[in-house]
Design a protein around this ligand. Structure first.
Ligand code: ZN
Length: 143
């Protein structure tokens, strides 16, 4: 057991994210605006273009990739926590191209919304603070 926390359920938001907006920034903006400090989220919809990354475990760095084409958001799931006192959205996304082929990865800025429906569940009585982890090179939950 690496550590865990028990949370209570807070508010549940159903959100239509803005056409033409940046997906990651829009999620963060909504969370900040509504004072959501911890939460879990799900999004489906479509993007005009996408920017995602893959974490190279040996290099301990993110390798970015961009797709300049419309795609469906089959699944985008993530969480909202805090890093150095700032809101941090960590989300992963699976996208489908016109021919059904899928790509996916860690959601980056540069993903433009065509349409996006989000369910955001706020978590209470828990602090999802992140701290640097030497082993992985990632900012993981301090639990
Ligand atoms: Zn990630």
């Amino acid at each position: 057991m690496e550590g865990f926390a028990e949370a209570s359920l807070g508010r549940l938001f159903v959100v239509r994210l803005p056409h033409g907006g940046d997906l990651l920034e829009s999620i963060k903006g909504f969370a900040v605006e509504r004072g959501v400090e911890a939460g879990v989220l799900w999004v489906i919809g479509a993007v005009r273009k996408a920017s995602i990354s893959f974490y190279d475990q040996a290099e301990k760095s993110y390798v970015k990739q961009s797709f300049e084409e419309p795609m469906e958001i089959l699944a985008c799931t993530g969480n909202i926590g805090r890093l150095k006192g700032e809101t941090l959205v960590h989300a992963h996304i699976t996208l489908a191209k016109r021919n059904g082929e899928t790509v996916g990865g860690h959601l980056e800025e540069g993903t433009t919304i065509f349409s996006a429906e989000m369910f955001l569940l706020e978590l209470k009585k828990v602090a999802l603070n992140r701290e640097y982890d030497e082993t992985t090179g990632l900012n993981l939950f301090r639990l």
